[in-house]
Design a protein around this ligand. Sequence first.
Ligand SMILES: [Zn+2]
Length: 155
Amino acid sequence: MTFGGSNYLDELLAIDVRQWKREGLLQPGTHFPWYWKSWNSRSRGISVNVDDGELALGYYPGGRITKFVQRTIVTLEQTPCHFGGHRVWFCCPRCRRRAAKLYYHRIRFVCRRCVGLNYRSQSFPAPFHGMRRFWHSKPVSDRISTGVAEDKLSI
Ligand SMILES: [Zn+2]
């Protein structure tokens, strides 16, 4: 993760269908945890259940581990490649468009278009402490939406 960069999408937790396909994780019946390491080495993660043509993502929307687990179904789509075989895509749960990556934004996983490119880009204060204070004054959902969650928060 980077902070204060020009591309704020880099600061969001992202899942990449190409990577999962490359690693052979998209076989129906597969169940795996997926983790991100944050700046302080604490990891945050989701659980992924692969079904036929869709994924079920499980995570804790409020950050803390509670009984309530948010589940999001993400449909998978395939398009033929020029050189044979198929390319796999996520189908954005919000706008239904094909996307190679989904970003964790406002407690859901959506495509880059749904995140919105002009939102807060290049507006982060440079020093990290400044950003901490800034984010602490925000509602929890806002902090999580940019991937700058409190130490003990986990998805
Ligand atoms: Zn979308």
